[in-house]
Design a protein around this ligand. Structure first.
Ligand code: PLP
Length: 362
């Protein structure tokens, strides 16, 4: 047995610890998970109803083309269904894109730190990962543009950015995209787009419409509360979809996921409530941190970076101290932001719980 040489360069993705695991390990009655940028609310009841209605057809394979869901997304975004790609979570789309664009001798450019999967899929292809430091916790578009060369096939850009929550104006991203050579695709990862409170939040879509080499990626995992079912989608040029169809596994979106996402999309107007809840959560946390004298990076997303190097315990121990008190957060050090932790905005009660536990560490 001999693995491909790239395996040595890869590290497994470390995800947030599940609630049940923490509850059992520490013998806790209440555990609040604010580690994985999830929705604190369950899927809409209508979505749950649709899912249960599909149980009896699970002996059949799902529609390999996910026709209904792709048609609904195409209608939603006024594009052709041939411009819609689907993934088992947008993570899987990143794999498909790496398969069609990257190989040894090519390069992918992205920020450092950023969503960890970009580096994994790049290295797994034997391509070079060109990492560009953030500037003031935001993507440094000038430096990213300077890192692109004739070998660059992909630029991964996240807006709002993960793990910092920072947001770049659409006009700046358009100016950046205009500098990219045609041989390079821009993957604009908008996993948190629905949480953005800026007026230009749909600018990425305009950019996609105007440029064949721009691929916009979004997901049902966040504001729709469906991350457990895994559905992400991308809007792209028809040629990209045709290439993805050649490499993806045929039934990558399961029956329940297709039905749930389709229903969820039809309830889009109800996202407003969730957007408001998130905004209120952001404000509650800002105020709470201000009250405790703890710094944070203002966010346009459903999570934020919080300074933990001024507490009574060492920054490296804060996530563990919170864990044993029943709050799961993400250690910034593991995300490339030492001295910080990343927390998702939860329900008012969950946010209060976090603030109370944090106060104990002051
Ligand atoms: C920037 C970014 N992109 C993509 C994803 C993947 O989301 P999913 O695979 O659940 O659609 C995440 C998840 O946290 C993310 O932060």
């Amino acid at each position: 047995m001999k693995f491909i040489s790239q395996i040595e360069n890869l590290t497994p993705y470390v995800a947030g610890t599940p609630i049940e695991v923490v509850a059992e390990a520490y013998g806790l009655d209440r555990v609040v998970k604010l580690a994985s940028n999830e929705s604190p609310l369950p899927p809409f009841p209508e979505v749950l109803e649709v899912i249960t209605g599909k149980f009896e057809s699970l002996n059949r394979y799902p529609d390999a083309e996910a026709r209904q869901l792709r048609a609904a997304l195409a209608e939603r975004y006024a594009v052709d269904p041939g411009q819609v790609i689907l993934g088992n979570g947008s993570c899987e789309l990143l794999i498909w894109l790496s398969l069609i664009f990257l190989e040894p001798g090519t390069e992918a450019v992205f920020s450092d730190p950023t969503f960890l999967v970009y580096e994994e899929v790049t290295l797994a292809r034997g391509a070079r990962a060109v990492k560009v430091p953030l500037r003031d916790f935001a993507n440094d578009l000038e430096a990213l543009a300077a890192a692109v060369n004739e070998r660059t096939r992909l630029v991964f850009l996240t807006n709002p950015h993960n793990p910092t929550g920072s947001y770049l104006p659409a006009a700046d991203i358009a100016a950046f995209a205009a500098r990219l050579p045609d041989s390079c695709a821009l993957v604009l990862d908008e996993a948190y787009n629905e949480y953005v409170e800026e007026p230009d939040s749909q600018g990425g879509l305009e950019l996609f419409r105007a440029n064949a080499n721009v691929i916009v990626i979004r997901t049902f995992s966040k504001i729709y509360g469906l991350c457990g079912l895994r559905v992400g989608y991308g809007l792209c040029a028809p040629a990209v979809k045709e290439a993805v169809d050649k490499v993806r596994q045929p039934f990558n979106i399961n029956t329940l996921a297709q039905a749930a996402a389709l229903k969820a999309l039809s309830l889009e107007k109800r996202l407003e409530e969730r957007r408001s809840l998130n905004l209120a959560g952001r404000r509650q946390l800002y105020e709470g941190f201000d009250g405790l004298g703890i710094g944070y990076i203002p966010t346009q997303s459903n999570f934020m970076l919080v300074e933990i190097d001024q507490l009574a315990v060492a920054a490296a121990d804060v996530p563990e101290e919170l864990l044993r008190r029943g709050v799961i957060v993400r250690d910034g050090a593991a995300l490339g932001c030492p001295g910080y932790m990343r927390v998702s905005a939860g329900t008012p009660s969950e946010n209060e719980f976090l603030l109370a536990k944090l106060a104990e560490l002051k």
